[in-house]
Design a protein around this ligand. Structure first.
Ligand code: G6P
Length: 491
């Protein structure tokens, strides 16, 4: 945190993301403030709290425009205002093309190997270009200097780095791609692939979670553009501009906020079991995800069903609680996925319920982070079964929540987190029998082994926390700025 404060002192810092870190909604005559479910927001919010700047975000459909407009730029967090949110409002057509269309029906399935076919439409692309331009204008109008540090977040804004550079050639643009990057063959499906990567190469620094994604990106550049790629330094030179492609594995704030872990673990265990109508000694697993097909919730439920087939002694003695935050529900594939998840939970419960409490409790609704932590602390294990995931911060949050050094993490090998947390039970979510064996192992793991594994994982998350993630990026950017000032050219 100190490094962050030091590096950012006097600097003009702007974050751009699609999701807003707070949603303001009118309820009667008071304004209700919610924090959305998003790994990206979880990661960046502590950074912005540390460095009062401006966060530019899409004023999402759920935010109350009237309320926000009145306050123009809202200072947050509500308790102790530390930075400002500036909303960019989109028309329904812009939102449909840029957010639902090109970003989430095109780039999202393109970059995640979850075997969902990407859809590319020229109308969506036109809106994506227009909305990126709209955000570029907002960046220019919010920057107080000619050389701000702009932190561009994610696949919604691939074109923004180049657009910012055209307007503010001295800006330092740090782009972080929060999702995986596919191999060049897969990426070549995108009809506007060249424009997408040329846009990203407007960045001074381009970050991914893993080296594997950096490799895929430079391979893609090599294949699609006339660029010079230095395989040793991972610097890409394109159109007279240098971009450093780097690995920055994202993390969470450490230590977790006091109020998140204030309630003792035994109290959380008792309260959650009572709330869910489960016996006091009942075994519980937890899953927390956006209701997204990349998260492998269907595969997770298969594994639970397989556990109960192979180890019937758990029937009636174990329940898996799945918290699923609704997301992108305007997209057909997501509606279909939600129906599939609901039907599966009903079918599996119908099969085993006669012998006691249901094996699956499915809660399709938004939960505040403090409630999620209570579930984490109440559970015997957490199951993360993503089919593909840039990092997956739920895995790290579960570890952070367990200051009692108990609880088992079952983690998909296809998450970035699996590379950092080998003490988890690493599984292939497509292999139901292997996952069922891991579930049984989690339910029977001795306390001492839970402690040994959890201690190692907590050590890693404590050290490689989100401040280090941002700190490393900003230190690299600061070194770059110093060099450029010396030679007298821009970021
Ligand atoms: C992922 C993406 C984020 C996104 C979040 C929530 O973490 O990388 O950019 O904000 O999902 O998705 P949503 O579309 O609901 O904002």
């Amino acid at each position: 945190r100190a490094i962050l404060h030091g590096e950012l002192r006097g600097e003009d810092v702007i974050v751009v993301s699609n999701r807003e870190p707070y949603i303001h909604q009118r309820r009667g005559d008071h304004i209700d403030v919610q924090r959305p479910a998003s790994g990206l927001v979880t990661a960046l919010e502590p950074i912005m709290r540390a460095c009062s700047g401006t966060w530019i975000a899409h004023g999402s459909g759920s935010a109350d425009r009237e309320v926000v407009d009145k306050h123009d730029r809202i200072a947050v967090p509500p308790e102790t205002p530390a930075y400002k949110i500036r909303r960019v409002w989109l028309t329904p057509e812009e939102e449909a093309g840029y957010y639902y269309g090109f970003s989430n029906e095109g780039l999202w399935p393109l970059c995640h190997i979850a075997h969902v076919r990407p859809i590319f439409r020229s109308g969506d692309w036109a809106q994506y270009v227009a909305v990126n331009r709209k955000f570029a204008k907002a960046v220019v109008s919010e920057s107080k200097t000619k050389d701000p540090i702009v932190l561009v977040q994610d696949y919604h804004f691939a074109l923004l780095p180049k657009m910012i550079r055209e307007e503010l050639p001295e800006a330092t643009v740090i782009t972080f791609w929060h999702i995986p990057w596919p191999n060049p063959e897969s990426f070549a499906i995108c009809p506007w692939g060249e424009e997408v990567i040329a846009g990203m190469l407007g960045s001074s620094i381009l970050g991914f979670h893993t080296q594997f994604h950096c490799n895929n990106f430079v391979d893609t550049v090599d294949r699609l553009l006339e660029a010079r790629v230095d395989r040793e330094s991972f610097n890409v030179s394109y159109g007279g501009k240098l971009t450093a492609v780097r690995r920055y594995p994202i993390s969470i704030a450490w230590p977790p906020e006091h109020e998140m872990v204030q309630k003792e673990v035994p109290t959380c265990r008792a309260d959650i079991r009572q709330k869910e109508g489960l016996p006091a000694e009942h075994k519980c697993g937890i899953g927390v995800d956006r209701l997204d097909y990349t998260k492998g919730i269907v595969e997770r439920f298969h594994a639970i069903e397989r556990l109960l087939e192979l180890n019937p002694e758990w029937v009636g003695r174990f329940t898996f609680i799945q918290i699923a935050a609704p997301t992108r529900s305007g997209i057909d594939e997501y509606q279909h996925h939600e129906a599939q998840v609901r039907a599966m939970a009903t079918r599996i419960n119908g099969r085993f319920e006669r012998r006691g409490p249901p094996p699956i409790v499915l809660k399709v609704e938004h939960h505040e982070p403090s409630e999620v932590y209570e579930y984490f602390r109440a559970a015997d294990f957490c199951f993360v079964s993503s089919l593909h995931d840039g990092m997956n911060l739920v895995a790290k949050e579960f570890v952070a929540a367990r200051d009692d050094e108990r609880g088992v993490l079952i983690l998909s090998q296809f998450t970035g987190a699996a590379r950092e947390l080998p003490e988890a039970l690493i599984v292939n979510p497509y292999d139901a029998d292997q996952c069922a064996a891991a579930l049984h192992m989690a339910l029977t793991m001795p306390d001492t082994e839970q402690r040994d594994r959890m201690r190692l994982m907590r050590g890693l998350v404590a050290e490689f926390n989100v401040f280090r993630w941002a700190g490393r990026m900003l230190l690299d950017a600061a070194a770059m700025r110093r060099r450029n000032r010396l030679v007298g050219s821009g970021g």
